[in-house]
Design a protein around this ligand. Structure first.
Ligand code: NAD
Length: 352
């Protein structure tokens, strides 16, 4: 076994159906008395329910979270937190709500309690992001890592099937890249394999029975593990590509991950045979890149960047961006290689 280092991140997790009933206790346990509830406008109802659950511990609901945390959205939320005298935030929703909590924590140091309702995994990471003039800045700061996370699968039962699938594949991408990360460790590799196994097992059931609570529970458990992988390791080519496609072309976050993942894995799997074998075991496939592409097809996930609105003319622009400033990656990142990858992903061809 290679030598490795592993940082356990300091946070508490409550997991299980109905665990949102323990939220007030978790907030009080942190010594918080007036928390601002954050959510996306589409989840105002859920935000209000959470505020009701919190009773006197709630300072109010701020339902303005948006994808990629625009700076003006962050500024308004910080002002609202100050106005209401909040001493912490409860972020309920997907990566957008959690990201807004992180933006407040970054500036004012208010602790975040996350109640995730998608599989994006932001609640498990000390990574923040802010978008200004179409450019997304990201960074790591221990202050933005949620102090507690309450995973209640009952809150995910209403997640639309399309978002369930793409968000689940987004989570799997974190685990895939953790397995060949430069700072991989056996602990995180265990979480990665288990996370991939749990999600690839649950997603097909959820496509046919989106309210199946056992499958929702298994998927959220998998998403937790995959998010922990994202928080603990350095991501590679797949995340770099998605960052460029999302940041420059404004392609939707989770569907972009879903399309790119099999192609990024095909690019890397020969240079990372141990990781490929682990992914293969988790999804029961001798060719994991092809296995993930087939799975995406069975789940009805998007498989072509053209279907997400990308123009063919943008392939070379994105390839240049990725090659100019690549992340660490098992296979060498070349202009021709990345352009070929993007061309196949754009057209919806099998990875290869
Ligand atoms: P999202 O949070 O924008 O949610 C997508 C939509 O689904 C929203 O309209 C939301 O209101 C709705 N929704 C969420 N849960 C629902 C539910 N249970 N039922 C019905 N509707 C529901 O999308 P996301 O994919 O979760 O997060 C994407 C964002 O998170 C991006 O900005 C991405 O960059 C960020 N992210 C950050 C990290 C990190 O570590 N910092 C990690 C992953 C993602």
């Amino acid at each position: 076994m290679r030598s490795f280092s592993y940082d356990a991140l300091p946070m508490r997790v409550r997991f299980g159906a109905g665990s949102v009933s323990a939220l007030a206790g978790e907030v009080a346990r942190l010594g918080l008395r007036r928390v601002l509830v954050l959510c996306s406008p589409e989840q105002t109802g859920t935000g209000e329910l959470i505020a009701e659950t919190l009773g006197e511990l709630s300072a109010g609901v701020h339902a303005e979270a948006r994808m990629h945390v625009p700076v003006e959205v962050a500024r308004r939320a910080r002002e609202r937190a100050v106005e209401l005298g909040a001493d912490g935030c409860v972020a309920v929703g997907g990566g957008s709500a959690v990201g807004l909590g992180k933006a407040i924590a970054l500036e004012h140091g208010l602790p975040v309690v996350a109640v995730p309702t998608t599989y994006a995994g932001s609640e498990m990471t000390p990574v923040w992001g802010l978008t200004e003039d179409g450019r997304k800045r990201t960074g790591r700061d221990p202050r933005v890592l949620p102090a507690a996370v309450v995973y209640d699968p009952e809150l995910t039962v209403g997640l639309p099937v399309g978002v369930t699938v793409t968000s689940g594949l987004n989570a799997i991408a974190h685990a895939v890249e953790a397995l060949y990360a430069p700072d991989a460790s056996p602990i995180i590799s265990l979480m990665a394999q288990e996370g991939i196994r749990a999600l690839t097992g649950a997603l097909p059931t959820l496509v046919d029975h989106s309210t199946d609570l056992d499958a929702r529970t298994e998927a959220l458990y998998g998403a937790w593990l995959c998010g922990a992988c994202l928080g603990a390791t350095t991501m590679s080519l797949h995340h770099k590509l998605c960052h460029a496609l999302g940041g420059t072309l404004d392609l939707p976050h989770a569907p972009t991950h879903a399309v790119v993942l099999p192609h990024a894995l095909a690019y890397n799997q020969h240079a990372a045979p141990q990781a490929a074998a682990a992914i293969g075991r988790a999804i029961d496939s001798a060719d994991p890149a092809r296995g993930l592409w087939d799975l995406a097809g069975r789940l009805g996930a998007p498989r072509a960047l053209v279907d997400l609105g990308m123009a063919e003319a943008d392939i070379d622009r994105i390839a240049e961006q990725v090659v100019a400033n690549p992340y660490a990656n098992p296979a060498p990142v070349t202009a021709d290689g990345v352009a070929a990858l993007l061309r196949a992903a754009w057209a919806g061809e099998p990875p290869g």
